[in-house]
Design a protein around this ligand. Structure first.
Ligand code: LLP
Length: 413
């Protein structure tokens, strides 16, 4: 299952995307339920035979319909806020299958997570150990926790999404991790059950993940020798996807197999927190060409999607392939594809060679299912895009386009 041209029309599953754009307008995000299920099942198959928990990282795409597709597959969820937990529950997810990550959990968020009975907290600092213990005590509960280790492994990715290096704000330093575990284990309202890490995102090689797993397992053995009841290893997310045609990335099966070589022998439950590798390729952003212009000898294609809809190019200089919804055989031309927002940083593609485009043409920005809508904003008072879920030959709007009234909700003059 994939996005592909059929008789010159760009389709996914049994749906023609130009029909979606005509019916729902643009910009619109489209997600393929079938592709999401396929990616989730690739993880489930790869872990067959050992105890495991696949906790989809909600931040990658938190639309209720996407979460519901995954909940129906039996997925667990990795959350980083009370809002994400609320979404998971509203989508039919089970709190007992949720891990709560993040460096800055508030007291209110911890209370809510305890009340709902999340499976485990991935705790990131001494200070958080204190707060978790106090809040659990006041709630009359015992919180199951893993400490998030900062294994000091270079994930070889964009500096903004590297999390496993010593200088990053994440996790607890290897040099103090054992004393942090002893400290946590001595707290009356905490039960220390896991070891966790997440070293970065969009990793195109499994070697750094394997190196982190090695360090985690060595640590786990030392902790078990001290009598700590460690029963799970949370390996985080981070597997990359192919944004550029020439990029190579390990398949889900091979990345998991590489980690299983080490994990299987431990007898521990394996937890993973994949986000991007489940939803990125399942999504596209549909946009329409508004204007053409030439400035200083440069060709610009101005489209109706902008950095407020998809910030990845502006923020990370990320590459997203762009393709017309109706195949064109007009002469090739090198263009910059830009949005209407008033910043020169508002671009979706630079120096891209495409068939000559004209006003009204429809385009798909590919591999936009992860960190697309979720990072969208209302900058320039632009309503956020509609979201559509395709399933077989059916498609439906799963989030309406924001209106001008939506833009001022809660404001007063
Ligand atoms: N677990 C934790 C604790 C995380 O912080 C993340 C992502 C994940 C799991 C999921 O990682 P994934 O499998 O999706 O790589 N906005 C950036 C990506 C930020 C990733 C943040 N953490 C982007 O658009 O590339």
């Amino acid at each position: 299952m994939n996005y592909e041209y059929r008789q010159g029309r760009f389709c996914v599953e049994a749906v023609d995307l130009a029909a979606v754009a005509d019916q729902c307008g643009t910009p619109t995000y489209v997600y393929s339920a079938g592709m999401i299920r396929e990616r989730y099942q690739a993880y489930a198959n790869a872990f067959k035979g050992i105890s495991h928990r696949i906790c989809y990282a909600v931040k990658a795409n938190s639309n209720l319909a996407v979460l519901a597709v995954l909940a129906r597959q039996g997925a667990g969820f990795d959350i980083v806020s009370g809002g994400e937990l609320y979404r998971v529950l509203r989508a039919g997810g089970n709190a007992a299958n949720v891990v709560f990550s993040g460096v800055g959990k508030s007291v209110a968020e911890i209370e809510y997570a305890l009340e709902q009975g999340v499976h485990s907290f991935n705790c990131e600092s001494y200070a958080e150990i204190e707060v978790l213990n106090r809040v659990a005590g006041l709630a009359g509960k015992t919180a199951s926790i893993a400490l998030r280790v900062n294994p000091d492994v270079n994930p070889v990715t964009h500096e903004y999404i590297s999390t496993g290096l010593r200088e990053n704000k994440f996790g607890i330093d290897m040099s103090v991790i054992e004393s942090a575990y002893e400290h946590a284990a001595s707290q009356p309202h905490l039960k220390v059950t896991g070891v966790s890490c997440h070293i970065g995102s969009q990793m195109l090689d499994s070697a750094p993940m394997v190196e982190a797993v090695e360090r985690l397992i060595a640590l786990t053995l030392r902790l078990k020798a001290k009598g700590l009841p460690i029963d799970h290893l949370d390996l985080g997310g981070g597997l990359g996807v192919k944004y550029e045609p020439q990029e190579e990335t390990p398949s889900i099966a091979s990345a998991v197999a590489a980690m299983r070589k080490l994990v299987d022998q431990t007898g521990l439950e394996a937890v993973v927190e994949p986000g991007r590798s489940i939803v990125a390729e399942a999504g596209v952003l549909l946009t329409r060409v508004l204007y053409r212009k030439n400035n200083g000898g440069k060709e610009f294609v101005i489209v109706d999607a902008a950095m407020n809809d998809l910030i990845r190019p502006s923020l990370y200089k990320a590459f997203h392939e762009i393709t017309p919804l109706l195949e064109k055989d007009t002469p090739l031309q090198e263009v910059d594809i830009v949005g209407p927002v008033c910043e020169s940083g508002d671009w979706l593609a630079k120096k891209r060679t495409l068939p000559t485009l004209e006003s009204g043409d429809l385009l798909a920005v590919k591999t936009a299912g992860a960190y697309g809508f979720g990072m969208a904003s209302n900058y320039n008072s632009r309503g956020r895009a509609a979201e559509v879920l395709v399933d077989g030959d059916n498609f439906r709007v799963v989030r309406e386009r924001e209106s001008w009234q939506d833009l001022i909700r809660g404001e007063s003059a």
